[in-house]
Every structure is written in C-alpha cells, then in structure tokens.
Design a protein around this ligand. Structure first.
Ligand code: ACO
Length: 442
C-alpha cells in the first residue's frame, strides 16, 4: 500500500478503498467508486462555498492565511509593494517571471498602445442614467468590448490571448475613468500615454481645462502601490467567477465582466465602500464601543475585518496602513483614520474578534486612502477591478492551458420533492396564505 494514500472504509458496506494523495489532496472523483450498489451514483463531497476544495492547480499566487503570507510567483508582497510597479507586477502575474529592461519596455509599450477605446464605447456610457453606479457601467462596458473584438473567442491561440490580455489591462482604466466622468457629466478624457499607468488614470479622472495634467507624484505612487496590493489574490470569489465562466470557453471580455460583477458584492470588492459607510455611521470615537456591541450581538458585521483565508493580519492591510499616513501628508488628515485606528485597537483587544481570528483585511484602510485622494465611494470597487484585471487574465491563461480543466459544473445534493404527477391548475387545492408565502419565497 502506498504511503501517499488514504484508506477509507465505507461502514455502509464494509468495503475498503485506497485513494491516492497528491500535493496534499485527494481527487474528489476518486470518491465516486464508493457506492452502496450499482444504482448509487457514488459518494460526492459536499462543500458549499468551496471551504476546503481546490478547484485547480496554480502557480500564480501563494497565500498562507495563518502566517499572513502573500507571494506572487514566489515574490513576497512586501517586496513587490516596496520595489516594483503595478505594470511590472502585472507582467509577473501574466508571464510568470519578472521582466528584464527590454521586455519591460516592450510590455509597457504593448499595454500603452491599447489604452484607447472605440468611440462607440462613449455612447454606451452616455446611455446610463446620470446616477448609475460606476461598477454597473464598468461591468457592462467590459462585456461590450467582446463585441468590438469578436476574434477574442479564439482562446486557444496564444497570440490572440496575449493581445486580449494587453487590451484588457490597457482599457479597463479608461472605461473606469469614463464611468466616473459620466457620473459627473464631465467630458471624457482620452488617455495620455506619456504618463505612467496610474498617472494616466489620474489624468483621465481629474484633468479639466489644463493642457497637460501633472499627477501628484506621492498620490501617483500610492495608487501604484494600491494597485500592486490588489493585483491578485488566488482563488477569491471574482477569480473563481473568472475561471468558472471562462471554463465555458467564452471570450475573456465576457469572463472579466462576470468577474467584475462578482467583485461588486459587499462581501468582496464592495467591502471598502462598506467600511467607509461604517466609519461615517460611527462618526466619532466615542461611539465605537456601542458599534462593537452591535457587531457582537450579530446585528452588523465589522466591515474590513475578517477574511476567508487570512486568520492573521492581512499582509496587505499592514502596507496600506503605512501608506495611509504618506497620503495624508499630502491630502491632510482624514477624521475617519482616527476612528479606524481606534476601532482596530479596540477590536484587537476584544475576545470576540481574537477568538475568531478576525483582523483588518486589505479593505479596512484602502477606502480611507481613496477618499483622501478625492475618489468617490462609489468608485471603490472600480479601483479594485482595475488592478485585479491582470490577476484575472493570469488565471484565465492558466485555466486555458490546463489539461485537467473542463467546463465548471459542480454537483448538488438534491433534497427536493420526489417524482409527482402534474395537477391542472383548476384542480389544485386552494393554498393557505401561509403556504402561498412559503411557495412564493425566493
Ligand atoms: N464582523 C463580525 N463578525 C465576523 C466578521 C466581521 N467582519 N467576519 C466574520 N465574523 C464572524 C462570523 O459571524 C462567524 O462567527 P460565528 O462563528 O460565531 O458564527 C465567524 O466570524 C466566522 O465567519 P464566517 O462568516 O464563517 O467567515 P467567512 O470566512 O465565511 O467570511 C468574510 C469571510 C466574508 C470576509 C467575513 O469575514 C466578512 O463578512 N467580513 C466583512 C466583509 C469584508 O471585509 N469583506 C472583504 C474581504 S477581503 C476582500 O474581499 C478583498
């Protein structure tokens, strides 16, 4: 018997099975052989929300949640945040290695030449109501890109994949800035390719009548670091959406639109927006204990706290906390930072949070920085989607090249009604009010 295996006895039948273990995992399909009889489909594993299921092998990002470690292609996030740039990290994620000077110059050129969008995209933007959420606009217009590049569905062609990846990384900031300007009724700013990736984004957001926009170098750099910190995070909800949708072999624009939609939710990319609203609701440090009590009573969650994977301080939150102070030196202090610092201090001394290993996550401080940079709350998930596009593209390429992958299709445990005969509507018994309420529940 191999030492790298699991021996399982099915107590229903008394039969014993040997299941190989590879990379610390068993193949869920190996459970299928465990049956009570020929009619039995075989054992399945029940894992809502994928709490303990690896859906792929990946070489992109490593996380040790207990130790608070995050590495991209082996490089610690702390080193990348300190020494690298977002575009270089995007290269690393997508290509697997850090570039040399020549390769980086080529990559920068290749992204920059794709920052413009088709003029018709502006008409899509114009079609939204004045108060449309920019994330809704972003999701729709990224999806719309697929109609401009129909060849993008040739996903097994490596050159084609490269081209769509560059387009996505190049164009998403443009669409994001257009969505912002649409909300204000301002004319859209075309990209300025003399500027850095983040400098150009700030230019597309904020340039008014000046002929040449000069981004503040501290804010430009801070945004670049924030982009690095949000570039990838292995199999999170939106990346899982990206992989799941892309497994149908749809074009990457449609898949990135669905990943962006997943990111929109308050438990994922919407969390920093929720943090800011929470801090505003708390309003002042004296109100923190009462708010913590509401959290402990299960009335509300402490937004920006807790993480599915990190059961220790999120390493990105540490970097962001430091960054916040650098930004405030330029923008002036925010009263919300004082509330956030005090909230963190109190929570980290409270057994409720300590025992559940709830620490600040990346979103706890990012919203405060974005607010100080004059970025409206509604734009926060958009600010997350821009850098995460590189991560999504890296996972998309990995998925397409992985022979183990097929169209994603989980199993279910069917617990509904057994077979029953159809009754015509006029012969059905009249439902009671209570039954109707239950049957119409969504
Ligand atoms: N505030 C209060 N209690 C919390 C919080 C929180 N933020 N997060 C988890 N808990 C509690 C839960 O009530 C639960 O307690 P119980 O065991 O008494 O029932 C326990 O901690 C475990 O929580 P789960 O919901 O099982 O943890 P899960 O891993 O499913 O959730 C999540 C992770 C969604 C991030 C959660 O911590 C949360 O809702 N946090 C607030 C939202 C947030 O900040 N999201 C951003 C995540 S980072 C990102 O997406 C970039």
């Amino acid at each position: 018997m191999s030492k790298s295996s699991l021996t399982v006895t099915d107590n229903r039948t008394g039969k014993t099975y040997e299941i190989p273990i590879e990379h610390g995992a068993i193949r869920a399909n190996a459970l299928k052989q465990i049956k009570t009889g020929p009619e039995d489909f075989g054992l399945v594993s029940y894992d809502p929300a994928f709490m303990n299921t690896a859906a792929c092998k990946s070489q992109i990002t490593y996380i040790d949640g207990d130790a608070g470690i995050l590495r991209h292609r082996g490089y610690p996030i702390e080193e990348l945040a300190e020494h690298s740039t977002y575009l270089e990290v995007a290269y690393l994620l997508v290509k697997g290695e850090l570039p040399d000077n020549e390769r980086f110059a080529m990559w920068k050129h290749n992204i920059t030449v794709h920052t413009m969008v088709h003029e018709n995209l502006k008409k899509f933007m114009d079609g939204f109501r004045y108060d449309a959420h920019p994330m809704g606009m972003l999701i729709s217009t990224i999806g719309a890109l697929s109609t401009f590049y129909p060849e993008a569905n040739q996903i097994f062609d490596v050159e084609n994949r490269r081209l769509q990846t560059r387009r996505l990384i190049g164009k998403v900031p443009t669409l994001a800035a257009f969505a912002y300007r649409r909300g204000l009724g301002y004319p859209y700013n075309y990209p300025d390719n003399d500027l850095s990736y983040t400098g150009n984004f700030l230019q597309m957001m904020y340039r008014m009548t000046e002929r040449k926009y000069k981004p503040n170098p501290v804010l430009e750099k801070a945004l670049d670091v924030l982009f690095i910190l949000h570039a990838d995070h292995e199999q999170n909800c939106s990346t899982n959406a990206m992989r799941s949708v892309a497994s149908s072999q749809v074009d990457p624009y449609s898949a990135v639109a669905s990943a962006t939609a997943a990111l929109y939710g308050p438990l994922h990319g919407g969390a920093n927006e929720a943090v800011l609203r929470m801090l505003e609701e708390i309003g002042n440090k004296d109100n923190i204990p009462a708010y913590i009590k509401r959290v402990k009573d299960g009335e509300v969650r402490l937004m920006g706290f807790g993480h599915r994977v990190y059961k220790n301080y999120d390493p990105r939150a540490k970097i962001i906390k430091k960054l916040a102070h650098e930004v405030f030196e330029v923008t002036g202090n925010s009263k919300l930072i004082d509330i956030a610092l005090e909230l963190e201090r109190i929570a980290l001394q409270d057994d409720y949070f300590v025992s559940r290993k709830l620490y600040p996550n990346v979103d706890f401080y990012s919203g405060i920085i974005y607010q100080a940079m004059n970025i409206p709350t509604k734009m926060f998930p958009v600010m997350f989607a821009i850098p995460r596009t590189a991560g999504w593209c890296a996972h998309w390429a990995e998925l397409v090249k992985d022979d183990d992958q097929k169209i994603a299709r989980p199993r279910q445990l069917y617990l509904g009604a057994d077979k029953r005969a159809y009754v015509p509507i006029d012969r059905r018994p009249k439902a009671t009010v209570a039954e109707t309420a239950v049957s119409e529940e969504l």
